[in-house]
Design a protein around this ligand. Structure first.
Ligand SMILES: Cc1cc2nc3c(=O)[nH]c(=O)nc-3n(C[C@H](O)[C@H](O)[C@H](O)COP(=O)(O)OP(=O)(O)OC[C@H]3O[C@@H](n4cnc5c(N)ncnc54)[C@H](O)[C@@H]3O)c2cc1C
Length: 379
């Protein structure tokens, strides 16, 4: 049987057309595909749901798209241990684990488990449950060249010296193909409530400090700041019905806000239309990122916000936002932008540890066959 088929016009990554597409159904088939691809010196990009395929730079070279659409389903749900092992192509939103949950918010429609790990995306509830790195306890990958490696929970074998799960989280598909992930699960909470307050940007710092001063253990603290005008703050609490009622009442008082069980329409959605940035800052400095005349949205509870960069003013706005984030002690990365913006801006900004990242890349993918050029520093 042929390992891959001819690509169609739709099979492009960042505007670069592929020649072939493979859709292996399990780790063994994926290993066979990648062994043959390496033998033929094919440059590979992995495609999950395609929801973030426009992030990072276009590949320098592209021959084969390895699509994970057939790599789906739950391999094992150990409910007593609160663990799930799931294939990488499984849509995050479609995971049904009964009264348990994988507490990763699907921040883009169609996102797969593997793509979420590879792009290290997290949504509002990251404050309560942690990031991909916190929830991922094991991983199976196929390395460029076809060698299978497993690490972590449900352990089989570790690749000496590396914590593979942490390394592959946020690797943008540059180190190999993720085929299976093992995650820690949480019980589904019985009840939730949101306390919402809209206020001028200048008051947000005090309101956030008021949330931090209360012992209400929020699962998320989100803000939605349009380019101009007042900012909306929404705090999510989860737990037993009685506990949620008490904590929501405490927050209503602290914020002068209103409790509801409805999520606002902007909850967990990126704010951008053309170009988008991720900005980070320590919690106390989050207010410094507001009032730059740009729409911002995201987690004031973890200091990770997303900005809608107007395409026509992109170079200046990117520099301004990045400078504000760096002054505040964080950083600013352009996640996605149309080609003409990519040509004008530095997508990544200053990158500490680039030499180390290059060495890791060389070790895992000596032929630079995996997503060449997609990541920082041309990795
Ligand atoms: C060129 C470049 C390449 C990168 N490559 C990668 C990569 O391969 N993988 C990767 O993961 N990242 C990478 N990063 C970093 C990336 O941009 C993000 O900063 C990183 O993914 C964000 O990690 P984070 O979301 O955990 O936020 P962090 O940057 O860890 O946190 C943001 C801020 O929030 C605070 N904070 C976070 N969580 C909490 C909390 N629960 N409570 C209180 N405070 C909190 C932190 O102290 C920090 O100030 C790269 C960055 C650059 C510039």
């Amino acid at each position: 049987m042929a390992l891959w088929t001819a690509a169609t016009e739709a099979d492009t990554v960042g505007g670069v057309p592929a020649r072939f597409v493979a859709a292996p159904a399990d780790t063994a088939q994926a290993a066979e595909v990648l062994r043959a691809a390496a033998a033929d010196d094919l440059a590979v990009v992995v495609r999950g749901g395609g929801s973030k395929l426009d992030w990072g730079m276009p590949p320098r070279r592209l021959d084969l798209i390895v699509d994970t659409r057939n790599l789906t389903g739950v391999v094992e749900h150990a409910a007593g241990d609160l663990i799930v092992v799931v294939r990488a192509g499984t849509p995050l939103a479609g995971l049904d684990l009964g009264d348990q949950q994988l507490a990763l918010d699907p921040v883009r429609a169609g996102a797969t488990v593997g793509g979420t790990v590879a792009a290290n995306t997290s949504g509002p509830r990251r404050l309560g449950y942690g990031t991909v790195r916190d929830l991922l306890i094991g991983i199976t990958v196929v390395r460029p060249g076809g060698m299978v490696a497993r690490a972590g929970g449900k352990v089989v074998k570790n690749v000496a010296g590396y914590d593979l799960g942490k390394l592959f989280t946020g690797s943008y598909g540059t180190l190999g193909l993720i085929t299976e992930c093992a995650f820690r699960l949480h019980p589904r909470p019985a009840a939730h409530a949101l306390v919402v307050r809209t206020a001028p940007a200048g008051q947000i710092g005090a309101l956030l400090a008021a949330v931090r001063a209360e012992q209400v253990v929020p699962a998320a603290v989100e803000i939605d700041a349009p380019a101009e005008g007042p900012v909306t703050l929404a705090v999510l609490v989860e737990g037993t019905a009685a506990g949620v009622r008490d904590r929501a009442a405490t927050l209503e008082k602290a914020l002068g806000g209103q409790a509801t069980d409805e999520f606002p329409p902007w909850w967990g959605a990126y704010p951008w239309t053309g170009a988008g940035m991720k900005l980070t800052a320590p919690l106390s400095r989050v207010p410094d990122l507001l009032s730059h005349g740009v729409a911002l949205r995201g987690s004031a509870g973890t200091g990770v916000l997303y900005a809608d960069v107007p395409v026509d003013a992109a170079p200046a706005v990117v520099e301004r936002l990045r400078a504000a984030a760096i002054r505040a002690g964080g950083h600013g990365v352009v996640l996605t932008a149309p080609p003409r913006v990519r040509e004008q801006v530095d997508m990544w900004g200053p990158v500490p540890g680039l030499e180390l990242m290059r060495r890791v890349k060389d070790q895992f993918d000596p032929g630079h066959l995996f997503a060449p050029g997609r990541f920082v520093g041309g990795i």
